[in-house]
Design a protein around this ligand. Structure first.
Ligand SMILES: [Zn+2]
Length: 236
């Protein structure tokens, strides 16, 4: 009987702790709905990954967060390539940063990038560089190819526009930082890039940086691979 009461008391105490935390930080709970305007929570990345199966909900979330975009028509290319949730991001609106060149990507990638800019990149830019990011340089999203452009093997997440390769950042004060030139080193620029990579890991299913291999020496590969909300994740 005593053992039962102890277990019951522990259970009630644990439930109380979860209840209090759920009220204070709803984004940390697996059951709360994703809101792109909320701080990053423990399950934000998994909820973003779940958007790969919910294009309409993804577009509604972008809308609600004030991100301006144009939805593109669906496309099929062969048996392995194409998309049905492509959006072209407008640099105005809540995003307040441009993409060089203009960016068309799958909606869940756009949603991840939006939160990344607001919650990770801009705070790190102010802290380490003392200026605001006004544009992100990238090597593109949709590309009908296999991984590493090989002739065989698994298809790349780029083949469904579920990935983007970020090459660098341009700041309001004229500073330019690139993955290729600034990743290595121990100055503020390198720290900024590492903080940006680590933050991306909370928002994307796969993040591959120069730490992973030479193929990523000049960009951060960020993707929302279609492994489902509870699929495995990679941060390298
Ligand atoms: Zn890539």
């Amino acid at each position: 009987m005593l053992r039962f009461l102890v277990v019951l008391a522990l259970f009630v105490a644990a439930a109380f702790v979860v209840f209090v935390h759920a009220r204070r930080a709803p984004q940390d709970m697996p059951w709360t709905r994703l809101d792109l305007g909320q701080p990053i929570g423990l399950f934000t990345g998994r909820k973003l990954a779940g958007l790969t199966q919910a294009p309409a909900r993804c577009r509604a979330l972008l809308d609600r967060a004030g991100v301006r975009f144009t939805a593109e028509p669906a496309r099929r290319e062969g048996g392995h390539c194409g998309y049905d949730d492509l959006v072209e991001l407008d640099p105005g609106g809540a995003l307040a940063a441009a993409w060089r060149p203009e960016l068309k990507t799958a909606c869940p990638v756009a949603a991840g990038l939006s939160v990344w800019l607001w919650e990770v990149v801009q705070p790190a830019a102010q802290h380490y560089i003392g200026s605001r990011v006004v544009a992100v340089d990238h090597y593109g999203s949709y590309n009908c190819r296999r991984m590493y452009g090989a002739n065989r093997g698994p298809w790349s997440e780029h083949a469904t526009a579920d990935a983007i390769d970020v090459a660098g950042f341009r700041f309001a004060d004229g500073t330019r930082i690139t993955i290729k030139r600034d990743w290595k080193g121990d100055d503020a620029r390198a720290t900024f890039l590492h903080v940006a990579r680590n933050g991306a890991c909370k928002l994307f299913s796969t993040v591959l940086s120069p730490d992973y291999n030479a193929a990523h020496a000049d960009h951060l590969h960020l993707d929302q691979a279609r492994r489902g909300e509870w699929g495995w994740r990679a941060c390298r």
